[in-house]
Design a protein around this ligand. Structure first.
Ligand SMILES: CC(=O)N[C@H](C=O)[C@@H](O)[C@H](O)[C@H](O)COP(=O)(O)O
Length: 249
């Protein structure tokens, strides 16, 4: 299943509570639209979206289940528990994406425990990491592939506006498992550069599936530009919502 992603574009179709797109049927329509445009796989958050999209498209589904109440630079919030990972499997995901860092988890289990439980169900695991050290530990724990998703979203990793392509290069050089480029990829040129650096596949989310974020970029240069809200300019907005619709997905 991981090999099926090779060279393809993965599109993340996610909308948080508070977004006008936060509706299962809307996510299904988004997923069908990106598949029509050539997405080789989709990345989805939450059992309801995963189950509905799985039934509506033919491409692989990478599933995760965030706990937004835990979101922050020092906390594990992307599929943080074994129970959530298994719920993602039950919803029909072909691959489970989960925080692959070594930080403590709310259920007191390790990432290796989560990988073992998901593997027991015959499903591969994509580890979302922020650093080379995270990635090496995730590989050691049994992850089937590793993504740069969390670079810029943890204490000690600089966010900025662009993707962390240097991390892609380093991971490709140091890991034996495949590397997925993910996080703040916003142009076809950046995606091409990620592939040139040897990633298995690239994930684009916000720049394809978040029209509020996209609109804010255009509105900002209009002569009657509105004063941007903090959510429209902060790369990931405040950890404690309320979610700004112009924020990244
Ligand atoms: C940090 C975090 O919570 N990342 C999430 C992981 O599922 C999503 O919110 C991102 O949209 C996804 O990683 C794609 O990235 P971008 O939207 O930048 O293309």
């Amino acid at each position: 299943m991981i090999g099926a992603l090779r060279g393809g574009l993965i599109v993340s179709c996610q909308a948080r509570a508070g977004s006008p797109l936060r509706d299962v049927d809307t996510i299904v329509r988004l997923a069908r639209a990106v598949v029509a445009g050539g997405a080789a796989a989709v990345r989805l958050n939450g059992p309801d979206d995963i189950a509905a999209v799985r039934a509506a498209v033919d491409v692989p589904v990478i599933g995760l289940w965030k706990d937004e109440a835990l979101r922050g630079p020092d906390t594990v919030f992307v599929t943080p528990t074994v129970a959530r990972a298994l719920a993602v499997v039950d919803a029909g995901a072909h691959i489970v994406a989960a925080d692959g860092t070594t930080r403590p988890r709310p259920d007191g289990r390790t990432f290796a425990d989560l990988v073992a439980a998901v593997h027991e169900r015959g499903v591969p695991v994509l580890a979302d990491v922020a650093t080379v050290a995270d990635a090496l530990a995730a590989q050691e724990a049994g992850a089937d592939c590793v993504a740069t998703t969390l670079s810029g979203y943890t204490t000690g990793t600089a966010g900025g506006d662009g993707p962390d392509l240097d991390l892609v290069t380093e991971l490709v050089a140091r890991l034996t498992v495949p590397v997925v480029a993910e996080g703040r990829l916003a142009t076809p040129e950046q995606v091409a550069e990620a592939y040139a650096r040897g990633c298995l596949a690239a994930v684009v989310g916000t720049a394809i599936t978040n029209p509020a974020w996209l609109t804010a970029r255009f509105a900002a240069v209009a002569p009657a530009a509105p004063t941007p809200s903090p959510d429209a300019t902060a790369p990931h907005g405040p950890a404690t919502a309320p979610y700004g619709t112009a924020e990244r997905s």
